[in-house]
Write a protein that binds this ligand. Structure first.
Ligand SMILES: C[S@@+](CC[C@H](N)C(=O)[O-])C[C@H]1O[C@@H](n2cnc3c(N)ncnc32)[C@H](O)[C@@H]1O
Length: 208
């Protein structure tokens, strides 16, 4: 589900960008560290591309592919990220079908980033399944999510558009990660369970 005008303005506002750069990034780095040199990263629901900029500059990815369901956001991201040249590839499509959007192979990415997008997807478990599929063994999933607690608040209901059913709590989100074989390295909730930040890893299979 796409953002409405109010959410678009809020998500792209200077306070949110400040929070993302100076708080969320620090928490995610504490749990998951920087990616390995040469890492290929994916950002799902990239919006206007600020997260992909952080993925390159702060998390240390060599390249980032970024996908969003909203063509207008992809255009904005294209303008923001043009300076990175062929280190960035943008695609229109859904995080629930990364093969269609990006021709993404199994295990094709060393890291996947979710800056507040999975709660926009009605079939959000399908997006988690895709994250688990495209991560390479040893790869990491960095997530920042808005939970059912926040979405139920009157202010959220009045101002924003989100799927009305199949919402997740922080606990339910973490259970879904485990069901897809992802091991949580660290996570934290904020504002009475409204927000969830964390990092999960796809285990490397034991060698025989
Ligand atoms: C709250 S915004 C976050 C945008 C960006 N990650 C940021 O932090 O600025 C959610 C984004 O998810 C996108 N989105 C919604 N459903 C999607 C889907 N199924 N696949 C990919 N992107 C989706 C929206 O178009 C929107 O850009």
């Amino acid at each position: 589900m796409l953002m409405n005008k109010v959410e678009t303005a809020l998500v792209n506002s200077p306070p949110r960008r400040w929070l993302q750069r100076f708080y969320e990034t620090q928490v995610l780095l504490r749990f998951g560290g920087r990616v390995l040199p040469g890492a290929r990263a994916l950002e799902i629901g990239c919006g206007s591309g600020y997260g992909s900029q952080l993925v390159l500059e702060r998390f240390g990815a060599a390249r980032v592919d970024a996908v969003d369901l909203d063509r207008a956001m992809i255009e904005r991201a294209g303008r923001r990220l043009a300076r990175y040249g062929d280190r960035v590839r943008l695609a229109h499509g859904s995080a629930t079908d990364l093969r269609a959007a990006l021709d993404a192979d199994d295990g094709g990415y060393d890291a996947v980033f979710d800056f507040g997008i999975v709660h926009h997807i009605p079939d959000w478990p399908a997006a988690i399944a895709e994250v688990a599929r495209v991560l390479a063994p040893g790869g990491r999933f960095y997530f920042e999510e808005v939970t059912a607690h926040a979405l139920a608040r009157p202010i959220y209901q009045r101002l924003f558009d989100h799927p009305t059913g199949n919402r997740f709590t922080a606990e339910r989100f973490l259970v879904e990660l485990a069901q897809h074989g992802l091991v949580v390295l660290g996570s934290v909730t904020r504002i009475r369970g409204d927000y969830l930040l964390g990092v999960a890893a796809k285990p490397v299979p034991d060698s025989e």
